[in-house]
Ligand binder design. Structure first.
Ligand SMILES: O=C1CCCN[C@@H]1CCCn1cnc2cc(F)c(Cl)cc2c1=O
Ligand SMILES: [Mg+2]
Length: 515
């Protein structure tokens, strides 16, 4: 295997593909476009995410479950308006063997219509609430936009949580609790900064009441990316699927029969394997993958050095013995350490091998280090080298790993913060996007204005031709209305006008080109 042949800034999509393939995170699945093989290194990251998320939702009283991956056309189309927009991406099973099926069956693109007929069956009284279930599964959406590994694939892995509540308040609280969990997955595990906000009416899940979201940023392309969503469905789906309870507070009807009925309040929330792709895009460099220690399968690689032909066999053995001792000591401290004792490769070759695979920290041990009772550490994220005394080695190493995790996040956060520009005049809007920024603008929140902004910011509408054909011709979308609103300058109600029309602005909205 060779290293990465292109620079990240020069040819991002080739860089991304090479990093994923040559670090052995992923393999292309030639048979079906838009599908990929998730190899152990990447699958391990998904498992770290699952471990964290699963433990957290269980603490919230969510139980894991599993529903069939097939849904009938009748069921799928019960939620008419939300399906029609998605119809082109539904995958259908139409044949069994050589015989056509009477009624084609859809492969789940999401499970609302699979689950909710049974929620109606199981939820009868308020004592059956709250119902909180989750499933870890795959879903299929036959997208036609250009597929990209992890970012946009026709099959992906996710978890989908579906809950039912007695009151809107309870549902609202859970929506935000889950969004905070999603933020921690990205920021604390993947070292990826995200912005929390609410989606515009145009961008929200059409079947729901409102959508909250965490939005990421890919500096190399200056594009925003939806990282995860937590929706309040209101009573839309409970009205459609007749998920009702008797009102416990209403006096029982005289005949007890026509007691008042209430529709339950529902949420649904999901985080997908797209998270892995976002992490690679943000942290990777020209030497390959850079893994945050929290999700690195190998956190420390220990490599013997200086074992030239000149040194004695017994010296060589003592260095290798020390390497094994160091690995064992680190593992006993809960650090995921491995040695690379392959004597058919030079240290230099091994350095490249493990740098390509994103191992956060390397320890080099040579004959001199034995004499000086030290090892030489080398950080993958900054290439900083630092000798570490063999005495209390694990204390030093775990401190460095914690520092790497924090530094990776802080570095990415500073870049994200520097690339969210407050824009108050329309003439600065497109130039800011072309400078690979997202923009925070006073906005009226009208859908027609959103459409106009997308139109007016798509490159084909601006005079200068894109210098390179790769320049995005796409317009800006509203990514979210951030919960944390800029205060300087504040939006003055009934005074500050919208960036793109002469209506009054309501709040700052985050706009940008996006995935
Ligand atoms: O985003 C989540 C989190 C987890 C549970 N679901 C929601 C909403 C999913 C929206 N959505 C997204 N994509 C879809 C694609 C489709 F083909 C069809 Cl039929 C429906 C949908 C669709 O409803
Ligand atoms: Mg979609």
């Amino acid at each position: 295997q060779i290293g990465i042949e292109v620079r990240k800034d020069a040819d991002f999509s080739t860089w991304y593909t090479q990093v994923l393939k040559r670090s052995e995170m992923l393999e292309y699945y030639e048979e079906v476009s838009g599908c990929y093989i998730i190899r152990p290194l990447a699958y391990n990251i998904w498992q770290e995410i699952q471990n964290f998320l699963d433990a957290s939702i269980k603490e919230m009283g969510v139980e894991n479950t599993y529903f069939p991956m097939f849904v009938s056309q009748r069921q799928l189309e019960r939620e008419k308006d939300h399906v029609e927009g998605f119809a082109p991406e539904v995958a259908w099973v139409t044949k069994a063997g050589s015989s056509e099926m009477e009624n084609p069956i859809a492969i789940r693109p999401t499970s609302e219509t699979v689950m909710y007929p049974y929620f109606a069956k199981w939820i009868r009284t308020h004592r059956d609430l709250p119902l909180k279930v989750n499933q870890w599964c795959n879903v299929v959406r036959w997208e036609f936009k250009k597929p990209q590994p992890f970012i946009r694939t026709r099959e992906f892995l996710w978890q989908e949580g579906h809950t039912a509540h007695f009151t809107q308040e309870e549902a609202d609280i859970e929506v935000r609790d889950i969004l905070e969990l999603y933020r921690k997955v990205y920021e604390d595990l993947l070292a990826v900064p995200v912005i929390k906000g609410v989606k515009s009416e145009k961008e929200k899940f059409a079947g729901g009441l409102y959508t909250t979201t965490i939005e990421g940023f890919i500096p190399t392309t200056g594009r925003g990316i939806q990282a995860a969503t937590s929706h309040c469905l209101g009573q839309n789906f409970s009205k459609m699927f007749d998920i009702l309870i008797e009102d416990p507070n209403a006096p029982a009807g005289s005949d007890g029969k026509n007691a008042k009925k209430l529709y339950v309040w529902q949420n649904s929330w999901g985080l997908t394997t797209r998270s892995i792709g976002v992490m690679v895009m943000i942290h990777g460099d020209d030497k390959g993958l850079v893994l945050p220690p929290q999700v690195a399968q190998i956190q420390v690689i220990v490599i013997p050095c200086g074992l030239t032909v000149k040194i004695s066999e017994e010296k060589k053995r003592s260095v290798e013995k020390k390497v094994n001792e160091v690995v064992e000591e680190l593992k006993s401290a809960g650090i995921r350490a491995k040695s690379d004792l392959r004597d058919t490769y030079t240290p230099g070759y091994k350095f490249n091998h493990w740098e390509l695979r994103g191992v956060p920290l390397r320890l080099e041990i040579g004959p001199r280090d034995l004499t000086n009772q030290q090892v030489l550490s080398s950080r993958r994220d900054t290439s900083a080298k630092e000798p570490i005394p063999l005495a209390d080695l694990t204390t030093h190493v775990s401190a460095i790993l914690k520092t790497i995790q924090k530094d990776m996040f802080e570095k990415a956060k500073k870049i994200y913060d520097d690339h969210r520009k407050i824009v108050l005049k329309w003439e600065d809007f497109v130039p800011s996007l072309d400078d690979k920024n997202l923009v925070l603008v006073p906005w009226c929140e009208q859908e027609k204005c959103e459409d106009a902004i997308k139109e007016r910011s798509s490159r084909s509408n601006v005079e200068q031709e894109p210098e390179d054909d790769k320049a995005p011709s796409m317009g800006a979308k509203s990514l979210c209305i951030p919960f944390e609103q800029p205060q300087n300058p504040p939006i003055l109600e009934g005074e500050t006008t919208c960036i793109a029309c002469d209506a009054f602005a309501k709040r700052y909205a985050l706009f940008g080109r996006s995935y």
